[in-house]
Design a protein around this ligand. Structure first.
Ligand code: GTP
Ligand code: SPV
Ligand code: MN
Length: 601
């Protein structure tokens, strides 16, 4: 093959080694060309891996139906293999590297017989950037090849970046037999490698994403002095023409894509919002003493349900073309549909598994974790800085989660250390993005619990260190769009209206914006958030911003238990922050003078 001669010797050696093990029928080196894309799509249509959607109405759009038990990340089958279990930490499943090789080698043995093996060179990060890393994914899934093509800068561009070097992440993927009993997603940070078998689902199979750009990258970031984070990156131009950039870490299916593609409400004249990234940010100190971020990805793998013209017009518009839909419903006219679409439920459709569906069938038509895969270039709000090799300078970092109760709409950390503590104690109600129960409160520090490739206590220490490594660290905020009222309804309208909260955040970054000190942080005063043209009453605002110290007592004791998981490894500054918070809460519930008085009687 023509491209074969161009691939670095190290790539060819590895490919030969893996093809000897997996014994594919053919080996194809991907170059990233349009012709290659067209050919692989044709092959997918012939094999049934893709279903063609109505090309008049949805040009370049296809539907993929996964195996019914392969619809989300499987965290219990995901491992980090370091020399010692302490390096992986209680946040990861661990196996000794040699055991992992011994367990997975028989599964890969002959796994690609009768299949084509694709070699997919890719970049994580813009071409020519000091942030950028090279990966090569070997896979026997055409769906994975097409997805990697949308999600990364793929093909010859990556081989050119690699040159003669052997410094690339070896990503080995096979669908195997798709059985969860023989499924493993295994990381070898000390060898810069990932092995994944038995799943074709996004985070399990597109190995550049969570496996490389978060789990392995977090490991390298610690060694090299940077951060790999589960964060969106958003540019905001204020009416005065100034650009600001924020990042936000929210757990899976908690609103990153939506915030990253936010459309300013009509009443907020002069504001513009620009999407830099929707899922992953790599952050490095810049020469100017600020923290700079790039999005290592080149596409969006987003949650479909809930995406509509009303909630996320940028995403909705973007997925009208050149999109692979996974596990949505199919209408008789060959267009996709899902719960939360602007169109009402169709009278008949095929559900995500291809079975006949009607609104009366009482089941979801689309899988709750159905996804779109779309190249970033299709996004109308894509930032002009998207390809900038230097990235963008960050003014504020947001930690957000799904919390129906207790946590206010927004509050500000007192400083970097307190902000790190807020991130470290983040918890969220679980979603359909990972297998398991939905709606259960779990700890998800920095939204990285499933993605941190090493001991999370060491990761907390690394965060503290990174704050000290920059002269002007971003300010840190906690946000919660999901507080509900007594009828179980979201109180805050969310989506585009979230810009009102971001406006207050930017004001705070500039030393303006009204706030009151509370036990948990600095909370906006009732009128500090611009409500002009918004139908949210003062009473609702009070509810959204309410901090009830009594409600926090339980939370604070849970934080203690959480830090205890890491034993002595939990950094002392975070324990100190915890002690200070406990004290502030205690004082708020029973003012010290009152307690003294009680003692005296
Ligand atoms: P991953 O891709 O899994 O990392 O998810 P994400 O963090 O990008 O979440 P996404 O933006 O896709 O949102 C997930 C779900 O939350 C969707 O159904 C959205 O409609 C819903 N959602 C997002 N933002 C808001 C908001 O501000 N308010 C409310 N009520 N729902 C929201
Ligand atoms: C997430 O679950 O956080 C996602 C989707 O962004 S996946 O790529 O599957 O991890
Ligand atoms: Mn994600």
């Amino acid at each position: 093959m023509a491209t074969r001669t161009i691939a670095a010797t190290a790539v060819r050696h590895w490919v030969d080694e893996i093809s000897a093990l997996t014994r594919p029928e053919a080996v194809v080196y991907c170059d990233g060309s349009e012709a290659e894309k067209a050919r692989i799509i044709r092959e997918c249509l012939a094999s049934g891996e893709l279903i063609e959607l109505n090309q008049q109405k949805r040009p370049g759009c296809y539907l993929h139906r996964s195996a019914p038990h392969d619809v989300a990340r499987t965290e219990h089958l995901t491992f980090v293999c370091t020399d010692t279990p302490e390096e992986a930490g209680p946040n990861n499943n661990w196996m000794p590297p040699a055991d992992a090789v011994a367990r997975l080698t028989p599964l890969f043995d002959g796994a690609m017989q009768g299949r084509t093996m694709f070699v997919v060179p890719f970049l994580m990060g813009p071409a020519g950037s000091r942030f950028t890393k090279v990966g090569v994914e070997i896979t026997d899934s055409r769906y994975v090849v097409l997805s990697m093509r949308a999600m990364t800068r793929m093909g010859q561009i990556a081989l050119d970046h690699l040159g003669g070097s052997d410094d690339f992440t070896r990503c080995l993927h096979s669908l195997g037999d798709l059985s969860p009993d023989r499924r493993f997603i295994v990381h070898f940070p000390q060898n810069n490698a990932v092995w994944s078998i038995g799943s074709g689902y996004g985070g399990n199979a597109l190995l550049g994403k969570k496996c490389m750009a978060l789990r392995l990258a977090s490991w390298f970031g610690r060694q090299e002095g940077w951060l790999a984070e589960h964060m969106l990156i958003l540019g905001l131009r204020d009416p005065g023409g100034r650009m600001h950039y924020i990042t936000g870490a929210f757990p899976s299916a908690c609103g990153k894509t939506n915030l990253a593609m936010l459309v300013p409400p009509a009443s907020m004249k002069g504001w513009e919002a620009w999407t830099v990234g929707d899922d992953i940010a790599w952050l490095r100190p810049g020469a100017d003493g600020r923290l700079w971020a790039v999005n290592p990805e080149a596409g969006f793998f987003g949650v479909v349900p809930g995406t509509s013209r009303a909630t996320n017009p940028n995403a909705f518009e973007m997925i009208q073309r050149n999109t692979i839909y996974t596990n949505v419903a199919l209408r008789p006219d060959g267009t996709p549909w899902w719960e939360g679409h602007d169109d009402p439920p169709p009278p008949t459709a095929e559900d995500w598994r291809g079975r006949p569906w009607t609104p009366q069938s009482g089941e979801k038509a689309a899988h709750p974790n159905s996804r779109f895969t779309t190249p970033a270039t299709e996004c109308a709000s894509l930032s002009p800085e998207f390809d900038n090799p230097d990235g963008v300078p960050i003014d504020a970092i947001l930690f957000g989660a799904r919390r129906q109760r207790r946590v206010p709409l927004v509050f500000e950390a007192f400083n970097w250390r307190h902000g790190t503590f807020l991130g470290a104690t983040l918890s969220s109600e679980t979603t359909a993005a990972a297998t398991g129960k939905v709606g259960v409160l779990r700890r998800d520090p920095m939204a990285m619990w499933p993605f941190c490739g090493y001991n999370m206590a060491d990761y907390f220490a690394h965060w503290l260190k990174m704050g000290a490594a920059v002269n002007a660290p971003p300010k840190i905020f906690r946000v919660n769009w999901f507080r509900t009222n007594e009828r179980g309804r979201f109180i805050w309208p969310g989506f585009g209206e979230n810009l009102r909260v971001l406006k207050w955040i930017l004001e705070r970054c500039e030393g303006r914006g009204a706030a009151v000190d509370t036990s948990i942080g600095m909370v906006p005063t009732i009128d500090a958030i611009d409500r002009e043209g918004l139908d949210v009453s003062g009473e609702d605002m009070r509810l959204l911003l309410k901090v009830d110290p009594a409600e926090w007592v339980e939370a604070v004791s849970g934080q203690d238990d959480f830090f205890a998981m890491f034993g002595d490894r939990t950094p002392k500054p975070l324990r100190d922050e915890h002690a200070m918070l406990s004290k502030r809460i205690e004082d708020a519930i029973t003012p010290p003078d009152l307690r003294d008085h009680d003692l005296g009687t």
